[in-house]
Design a protein around this ligand. Structure first.
Ligand SMILES: *Cc1c(COP(=O)(O)O)cnc(C)c1O
Length: 367
């Protein structure tokens, strides 16, 4: 037999990434399966995209200079007095953009993880985590969530060994929606050795409405081993253009940049992100209405008797256990596509009010 090209064992063993189901062409259905922003792009953002299209015969700005400078100014404006006094403004050299924050995370791991190094993360959490860890050659160390869907930070701290290189803290956690407090994050950071990188994945930051919310930039100001991960995909509604970024101390940022795909973020995406920062007020008003809708959906479901964990993100979690796959199929047949995690539960994104009404009606039929 002709020998075949072997795949790396770590790659052959990977679970496939399951994207949120697509709406079949021509079907009337609400897509509540990928935590996308239900609003269409703003006119000002679309204009920036169209404008940028006339330059696509050129490579983009490799280091996204204009975008990283705009981000540095925006992030500096949001710093606490303490963080500003401790470390000064956020600078462009601290920011690394990438083709979605998933790509940035992959580059972070490639920059610090050697074969067999351990990466601790909560589980169930963002399904990309075990994949990017394996691709980087690392060993996944999943730590179970607490019963209500929250992160068990003490257990994550206790899982640290001499081989641990990275801890991923997903807050709010995808898919349960639970968020940790800043005090709890600081407690973790006090326990973790200073040569272990702590990645704070704040993909849903803008949706958080709680006491003592995590302030990733304050954590970064106090701890050089912190990296903050953010995205334009969710609150800013640019999922289809793929822009995310990390904020880190300059030496680590340079290392992540070295591991990054050259020209990884297109000119169109860079310009759309800059236009979105300019329209931040308008976009955050939309986030406010999604937060209102989240409360409405959670209240309606709880009224029906469902146990819905408090969500700080743009989705809700229903722990349906063994019935999960059947329920997802039923919801889809009834016009709402949700994200099942077989045997565990359903994640339902918060979208249009009409979608909430329909899903609440479907859920009522399950009682
Ligand atoms: C959606 C999501 C991201 C963002 O992914 P992008 O690649 O930026 O679109 C990152 N982390 C978590 C936990 C997410 O749910």
């Amino acid at each position: 037999m002709t020998p075949r090209v072997p795949l790396r064992p770590a790659i052959s063993a990977l679970p496939a990434y399951v994207p949120g189901a697509r709406v079949p062409v021509g079907a009337a259905a609400f897509k509540l399966s990928s935590n996308e922003n239900p609003y269409p792009p703003l006119a000002s953002v679309q204009a920036a995209i169209i404008d940028a299209a006339s330059d696509i015969n050129r490579y983009p700005d490799m280091f996204a200079t204009e975008l990283t400078e705009a981000l540095a100014a925006d992030l500096t404006a949001g710093l606490t007095q303490e963080a500003l006094a401790a470390k000064g403004p956020v600078t462009a050299e601290q920011i690394v953009v990438g083709n979605g924050s998933v790509a940035v995370l992959a580059h972070i791991l490639e920059a610090v993880v050697d074969a067999g190094d351990e990466v601790i993360f909560p589980w169930r959490s963002f399904e990309a985590y075990p994949i990017v860890v394996s691709v980087a050659g690392g060993t996944s160390v999943p730590v179970s969530l607490l019963a209500g869907g929250g992160l068990d930070l003490p257990a994550m701290a206790a899982a640290v060994t001499p081989r641990t290189r990275v801890i991923l803290v997903c807050t709010p956690n995808n898919p349960t929606g639970s968020a940790v407090t800043h005090a709890a994050l600081e407690e973790l950071l006090e326990q973790v050795p200073s040569d272990v990188l702590v990645v704070v994945d704040e993909a849903y930051l803008e949706f958080v409405r709680m006491d003592d919310p995590v302030d990733g930039l304050a954590a970064l100001a106090g701890h050089p081993n912190v990296v903050v991960l953010r995205t334009f995909s969710k609150a800013y509604g640019l999922a289809g253009l793929r822009v995310g970024y990390a904020v880190a101390r300059p030496r680590l940022a340079a290392g992540i940049r070295s591991a990054s795909t050259p020209f990884g973020v297109s000119h169109i995406a860079q310009q759309a992100a800059i236009a979105s920062l300019r329209a931040k007020g308008e976009l955050l008003e939309r986030v406010d209405s999604i937060v209102v809708e989240r409360a409405r959906m959670a209240a309606a479901l709880r009224e029906q008797g469902w146990d819905v964990p408090d969500s700080q993100a743009n989705f809700l979690w229903l722990a349906l256990g063994e019935r999960t796959a059947d329920r997802a199929a039923e919801a889809s047949a009834a016009g709402v596509i949700v994200r099942p995690f077989a045997g565990e539960g359903l994640r339902v994104s918060v979208g249009e009010p009409e979608a909430t009404d329909l899903f609440v009606k479907i859920a009522a039929g399950w009682r």
